[in-house]
Design a protein around this ligand. Sequence first.
Ligand SMILES: [Zn+2]
Length: 260
Amino acid sequence: MVLLLLSPVAATAGEADRGVAVLAYHRFDPLHGGATTVTTLAFERQLDWLDAHGYRVVALGAAVEGLRGTGSVLGDVVAGGRAVAITVDDGHASVYTQLYPIVRRRHVPVTLFIYPSAISHAAYALTWGQLADMTLSGLVTVQSHTYWHPNFHVERAHRTAAAYRAFVDDQLVRSKRVLERRLGVPVELLAWPFGIVDADLRAAALRAGYRAAFGYGGGPASPGGDPFAIPRLPMSDADQGAVLAARLRLGPSVRGPAAP
Ligand SMILES: [Zn+2]
């Protein structure tokens, strides 16, 4: 009887203010910012601002659990609308040379979305040794960004339905398998290349064993949203002070659309 009385009340207060802002970065540079490059100074100012305004940087896996309403300390943070998670896509070398020293010094958890075909192969990319080094720190978590970062719209256009399905399955399964084997860590989260996601891709992510996936764009993520299209906030040097505050503010009035 007690449970029956309590359960309808729990979800009423502050529902619109609950959520986690998942920040999305790509590259870091000591001097020059750009569309997908944030200067190290701007990044540190963003961390300072979050700290000064009561935001807590949480691990992405914990954020996913919080969005699911799983009970934990994080659940309280999420309920207060002051949690952020930091993600970095594509495995650019500057993650190791520019971001990682800041992560270590400030002890902030960061998740890297990696497509394994580039690692120790492309000139701009991280090496497997650097990824292993960062993973061992306990501060950096590596998750999947498919195997070679295809544009699924383009790939679908020149394949039969069966061949496209096999292609998608391979991209999702191979990435997970290679990252797990190389780094010895479980890979359960996925970021969609270019933020492209639809019903077929969601189903494929589920088949491949992922438990959540992220888009690119939109506002803070809210509990009860689609766990395979969690929105993220693309970040630039311009995200400081009042601009950053407006983007992080939770609630229906400023909540962005679902990821593209
Ligand atoms: Zn990407």
